[in-house]
Write a protein that binds this ligand. Sequence first.
Ligand code: VGL
Ligand code: ZN
Length: 238
Amino acid sequence: MFDRRQLLMGLGVMTATGMMPKALEAAGKATADRNSVLLVIDVQNCFLPGGSLAVKDGDKVVPVINALAKKFAHVVMTQDWHTPGHISFASSHGGKKPFETTDVAYGKQVLWPDHCVMGTDGAALSKDLTIPNAELILRKGYNKDVDSYSAFTEADGKTTTGLAGYLKARKLQRIFVVGLATDFCVAWSALDARKAGFETYVIEDACRGIDTQGSLAKAWSDMQKAGVKRIQSSDLAA
Ligand code: VGL
Ligand code: ZN
């Protein structure tokens, strides 16, 4: 016999189309259920047209992300948030230019123009984002000697931001990653999400890449190998 509670729980997993999530996924779709979170990576002025590390067409992601955010019960956003003189800035390494690499204590570091310095207008989230329901804004990259593309783990491979613990404590087990840049902070976050055991999607048309030295193709290949699901915003049912 079904009791009332079982019946309601059963209804809870049905979607508006009447299809179960599993059936939708079989058709190449995905659903934002109550255990899903939209993770909006680094939609900040420095990465938008006119910014110091502008991502081509970076502003195009904003309306797509605004529309997606309405479908999610849970939204978390990140901000790249560096000290002045940060280790990831070419200007901190005499003679080095942006987009060159250098060896640092934790391995190879790509060097960037100065960007997202904490408290500056360049580090602010885009004013065109309309996501008042975002429940956490997580800053990363604030340790002067360690970069952090990933929202989960700094570039030393061991210092945690606490995000995995936060999401697990709140039973958010399915992560949809969007934002800037596909081949750096989005990809590293998605790969770490998989390492931490989350079901992970990247919504391609809600991201744009930097694409330096083959980084975009490599990022998609690494993500595919790690089991990250690559979808379009139109694939999202709920
Ligand atoms: C990023 C390079 C340097 C990103 C951040 O958000 O993808 N890329 N800092
Ligand atoms: Zn950065």
